[in-house]
Every structure is written in structure tokens, then in C-alpha cells.
Design a protein around this ligand. Sequence first.
Ligand code: FE2
Length: 172
Amino acid sequence: MKVVAIITLILGSSHAFSIDRREALGFAATGVFSAYVVPPVETANAIRLPGQGPPPLFKVCELLETANDIGKIGIPKFKPNSIGSPEKHIPIIELDGQTVSMSANHVMTPEHYIQYMWLKDAKTNEVVLAKELAPSENAPLLKARVPSGVTLRPYLFCNLHQLWKGDEFTVA
Ligand SMILES: [Fe+2]
């Protein structure tokens, strides 16, 4: 059974999938490289293919890690843990039995906030749980109940300081 099927989100609002700025990634996939190519951020919204809505949240999170700029195939657009202060962006993991709480010491304001938080299965490298956040939330928090023995890696995306990832952890 896939982990994704049995992880349940405990807390957190369920925002509709909305796309703005950097989230509008990946609609110019190249068949040759099967990679996602991203235009400059200011033009990202202009390239959505006709008839296509925003990608699923899990896909958005995958793309934030894997997308490339046009002309830079193989070079990730967002280099993890490279902009901003680590103490504000490295995901913090707390375990209470099978309950995982992922947070960060980061502000949540309209100008500066954590846009996405997600967990990947370290074994399969799949996104197994993802949350889109609104700047009106009190704090960046993703809470989930996870099966024992699963090893996960936490990620988040700040609207100003981009992609950050934390250390793997295993649920007892
Ligand atoms: Fe930030």
C-alpha cells in the first residue's frame, strides 16, 4: 500500500488550489527531456496551456523542486537552502508517536510567508503529503499521522526565500 494512501492530514485549512506567481510552473514540459521548463516568474502566468487548470498540489510541490528555467535544463530553478536564514526556514519536525508536526520559525504576512509545506517518502522520493498555506495563518504548520517505519523528508517554500528542505526522519 502506498504511504500516500494512508497518511491523513490532521490539522490545517484546505485551501483550494490556486496559482499565482511561482506556482504557475511547468506547463511547458519538453518531450525530449521530460523536464519542466519555467519562464521568468513575471511571465509564468502567461503560458498556461488552453483548457488547463492549475496542477494538483502534489505536482506543484514536485515542480518547485525539479523545475528548470528555459535554457537551463538539468539546473533546478530553485536551489534548496540557499537564500535567507536557515534558522527561519529549515523545517522543524516534532514526533509524538505516529503524529508528525512540521513547522518553521517563520513569519506569516502577506509580504513574506511560507506558501507550501510537504513531506516526501525518502524511499520512493514521492510527495506523500502537501499543504498550501495562506499568509493569514498564525504559523506555518503541517500536522499528519504517519505509519510506523516510514522515513520522510520535509520541504517548504517561502515566497521570498524559495525552497528549503530538512533532514530525513523515521517515524517510530
Ligand atoms: Fe522567508
